[in-house]
Design a protein around this ligand. Structure first.
Ligand code: UDP
Ligand code: 7WV
Length: 455
């Protein structure tokens, strides 16, 4: 794709977390391919952790959430983190805009994570075009919208739940803040607050694609104009139109991809279970133990991402005892792993990026959702996209080893494996089509661009 004429300077502002940086970073790269200059602004703490390298096409800059030494972990609690981020974030974002003001490329457009509506206020103060970027599915957004507008009353007293454009949902399919009232009130407030000013945004972008949730998108579009622009997976894995775009390229954790590749390359096609719970989840000791024993008991190879902060929860001598059957790493290049032929299925926490990556690469899944939107994503991939199973949780809140072993077996070699694979391949093909030139997401990106240019 040749670079188009200069379209303007976009400042992308992600919420400071791996699952929020990746999609906005990728979307910025797409805009650069459409002729824009783009700058991704992370918090100072994230910048110092990830050490991003600016290139001709994409620049990095910083603002502050008020916790420059330790980020989120430095805060007393989530509420305090958010309050300070709004105050310091607004101020340092304004400083950033001013810094660029008298340069050759002043900021013309801010694309902000919908978790950070503070950015829209700042943009409007400077008369800059402001676009909200939603990192969760349209279905999840629509549920939160319904609650925000008082259309869905809490606590939910009657099930199943019917929302226009969504499949009928049981309580356990709802985002956790709704199914578990009172859990993480500050996060709940944040997901509802996404809609506090979204109608004032100049555009609303969502990291999904039309073919994946047409009913939900049609339904929500009646009350809020949405532009699905995903999947924001590096071009190398989909349309291959962007040069050198084969990785997100920013990691909050240290990774060693050659270890994973070398190990996977010695394993037969479809023989390995890949497991990861994303960047945020922290499992109980008991849950880690159940997973460990399930993997030990199952006959399949496995590659398990256990973050450094989770390692102490592994049973004693686990790594020594599994030998060549399994590889435990602290972080990996997930796209590289998912695209390796040796992978047979992905046991995932159902974070939206992980789910979308698995769909984009055609990998069947076992869902072990933990919280937030993960439960709803699991509902969709089991019952709507039909690319896998969801593990049953016991009354004590644990998914037991027998259930994990059963689910893995079901997806790796059960009767429905062929269907899961066929459907996964279908979603991969549709994802490629959506993001390729002339596809639904590509057209929406063009619509966004013309909306901005004509503003
Ligand atoms: N990821 C990665 N290496 C890993 C595990 C995860 O690069 O070992 C990436 C993954 O590809 C995804 C992101 O981290 O893009 C996690 O986002 P997700 O929405 O799935 O979960 P979250 O971390 O927000 O809970
Ligand atoms: C980070 C913090 C809070 C939430 C999320 C990530 C998410 O669900 O994406 Br609510």
């Amino acid at each position: 794709m040749e670079n188009k004429a200069y379209g303007g300077h976009v400042l992308a502002l992600p919420y400071p977390g791996q699952g929020h940086i990746n999609p906005l970073l990728q979307f910025s790269k797409r805009l650069v391919s459409k002729g824009f200059k783009a700058t991704l602004a992370t918090t100072l703490f994230i910048h110092n952790t990830m050490k991003p390298q600016s290139s001709v096409s994409l620049q990095f800059d910083t603002m502050s959430d008020g916790y420059d030494e330790g980020g989120f972990t430095q805060a007393e609690n989530i509420q305090e983190y958010h309050t300070r981020m709004v105050a310091i974030g607004s101020k340092t974002l304004a400083d950033l805009i001013i810094k660029h003001k008298n340069t050759a490329n002043p900021i013309d457009c801010i694309i902000y994570d919908s978790f950070l509506p503070l950015a829209l206020e700042v943009a409007k103060n400077f008369g800059i075009f402001g676009a909200a970027f939603f990192t969760q599915t349209c279905a999840v957004n629509f549920i939160h919208y319904q609650v925000h507008r008082g259309l869905l009353k809490l606590p939910i007293t009657s099930t199943p739940i019917s929302i226009p454009g969504l499949p009928v949902l049981e309580l356990g399919d709802m985002p956790s803040y709704i199914s578990v009232p009172g859990s993480y009130p500050a996060y709940f407030e944040m997901v509802l607050n996404q809609f506090s000013s979204s109608d004032k945004a100049d555009a609303v972008l969502v990291n999904t694609f039309y073919e994946l949730e047409p009913e939900a998108l049609d339904s929500m579009s009646k009350v809020c104009q949405l532009l699905p622009i995903g999947p924001t997976v590096p071009s190398f894995y989909l349309d291959k139109c962007l040069e050198n775009d084969n990785d997100y390229g920013l990691n909050l954790f240290v990774l060693d991809s050659s270890v994973c590749n070398n190990w996977l390359n010695t394993k037969p096609e479809g023989s390995v279970v890949y497991l990861s719970f994303g960047s945020m989840a922290s499992l109980s000791n008991k849950q880690m133990e159940e997973l460990a024993f399930a993997l030990k008991g199952s006959k399949f190879y496995f590659l398990w991402v256990v973050k450094a902060s989770e390692e102490a929860k592994l049973p004693e001598k686990f790594v020594e005892e599994i030998g060549n059957k399994g590889l435990v790493v602290q972080w990996c290049s997930q796209l590289e792993v998912l695209s390796n032929k040796a992978i047979g299925c992905f046991l995932t926490h159902c974070g939206w990026n992980s789910t979308l990556e698995a769909l984009s690469l055609g990998v069947p899944m076992v869902g072990v959702p933990q919280w937030t939107d993960q439960t709803t994503n699991a509902k969709y991939f089991r019952d709507v996209w039909k690319v896998g199973v969801r593990a049953k949780v016991c009354e004590n809140g644990i998914v037991e080893r027998e259930e994990i072993e059963f689910c893995i077996k079901e997806v790796m070699e059960g009767e429905r494996r062929k269907d899961f694979q066929k459907n996964a391949k279908k979603w991969r093909d549709l994802a490629i089509k959506a993001i390729s030139e002339g596809g639904s997401s590509d057209k929406n990106i063009d619509e966004f661009v013309s909306k901005f240019i004509n503003s």
